[in-house]
Design a protein around this ligand. Structure first.
Ligand code: PMP
Length: 417
């Protein structure tokens, strides 16, 4: 069934875009694939796949190490990629762009190093402030830091719509708060947090703020200088780039104030058995051989996104979200978890009487990929008194007719069970 004509304001050439994603043109269990698990990882366009292949077939060599031509070529491409990332999020300097394994690694870098930087972590004890809707990656590293330092983990509560309770946030911010670590967009609820306002409030008390941007950067314009974020973390694989590569953005003054995360090659200026001196930023935080092809693929992913325009992506995905929300709610017994006013293109839901796992399995048999479970947000699910949800998360290559297939599939499942 086709529920509606395509909304008018769509500014995206969807067929052209989809033609660049080879993985989207396959059948799964006999049906054309509908991929709605973009929150977990996105599919990759041909330009990203080619960049990775081309590195291994033509430029393969280590970076920052050799005088030979291939190594210099690889180093040039690698450092150009850093500038591409810098411009994409409007960082002041490329020294503030650290290549990591991903969001998780970026957060762990900060949680491991911050307590060793007296400029950032003053005195004993204190508190780390996170929110109820954090991904496990933005909970567990802080719990580990609290165990090590004796700091307390404090949690900002959310309302039934899945929004931060502003007054509670203000109450929890105090001269004990050492850092606020908050997600920009919830991977389960889709809530877009008012992080600019939150950063402003924290800065009034000289508290640094780390933003988990894993679900934001692929879907909206992020400008770290405008936000005045102290640290901003994201992963390439959720924004049509390769796996195993991500970014830690940090203000230069804070990155300079912290000791290195790991020791090894590249992060040093000189080594002797008596004394080692560390390299300048960004290399101080990039020990060992990096994920070179991942970095080159990430640069191509950003170019691809820039080619479409992140504002166009945001607008189109917003329409997908509105369309899906409207039609999913027509299904009797379906409840959406996460109804914030400001939402990105993620819908988590439950259907009365049917387990999320069964829904996911039956949808898969119809060629529709969704995520089921707690999506690495167990405490958030506890907040809503549920153990699991079904999550459909959309990307700019998804279509309205794919949403129709999801809605039809769910109606069939309701009849079956
Ligand atoms: N934070 C959020 C909000 C996420 O959605 C994810 C990935 N699901 C992560 C952190 C962790 O990202 P990665 O696995 O790429 O390190």
């Amino acid at each position: 069934m086709n529920y509606a004509s395509t909304p008018l304001s769509v500014t995206i050439n969807i067929d052209e875009i989809r033609s660049h994603f080879p993985s989207l043109h396959q059948k799964v269990n006999g049906y054309p694939l509908v991929y709605f698990d973009n929150g977990a990882t996105s599919q990759k366009p041909d330009v990203v796949i080619e960049a990775v292949t081309q590195f291994y077939s033509q430029q393969n060599s280590n970076v920052h190490r050799g005088v030979h031509t291939l190594s210099q070529k690889a180093t040039d491409l690698f450092e150009e990629a850093r500038i591409t990332v810098q411009k994409f999020i409007n960082a002041k300097s490329s020294n503030e762009i650290i290549f990591t394994k991903g969001t998780t690694d970026s957060i762990n870098l900060i949680s491991s190093c911050i307590a060793h930087a007296p400029l950032l972590w003053r005195g004993e004890g204190g508190e780390v402030l996170i929110s109820t809707m954090e991904h496990h990656s933005n909970i567990v590293p802080w719990q580990m830091l609290c165990e090590e330092t004796g700091a307390l983990l404090k949690v900002i509560p959310i309302n039934d719509q899945g929004e931060i309770i502003w007054e509670e946030y203000l109450k929890l911010l105090s001269n004990k708060t050492k850092i606020v670590a908050i997600t920009h967009v919830s991977n389960t609820l889709g809530t877009i947090n008012p992080i600019k306002k939150m950063i402003d409030e924290a800065h009034k008390k000289n508290i640094p703020v780390l933003i988990d941007g894993a679900q934001a950067v692929p879907h909206m314009k992020v400008n770290v200088q405008d936000l005045d974020a102290d640290f901003y973390c994201f992963s390439a694989h959720k924004m049509v780039g390769p796996t195993g590569i991500g970014i830690l953005y940090g203000k230069e003054k804070w990155l300079n104030a912290m000791p290195p995360y790991q020791g090894g090659g590249s992060m040093i200026k000189s080594v002797s058995f008596e004394k080692t001196t560390y390299n300048d930023l960004p290399y101080k935080f990039e020990a060992g051989t990096p994920h070179i092809e991942g970095v080159l693929g990430l640069a191509k992913a950003i170019e691809f996104i820039n080619g479409i325009g992140i504002e166009n992506i945001q607008e189109y995905e917003h329409e997908l979200l509105a369309y899906a929300t409207k039609h999913l709610l027509e299904i009797e017994g379906l409840k959406i978890i996460g109804t914030a006013k400001e939402k990105a293109s993620v819908i988590s839901f439950v259907i009365e009487g049917i387990h999320a796992f069964d829904i996911g399995t039956l949808l898969d048999q119809m060629g529709i990929a969704v995520r089921t479970g707690h999506h690495c947000t167990q405490p958030l699910h506890e907040r809503f008194n549920i153990s699991s949800t079904v999550r459909a998360s959309f990307a700019f290559y998804n279509t309205f007719s794919e949403i129709d297939r999801l809605v039809d599939g769910l109606k069939r499942i309701k009849k079956m069970i």
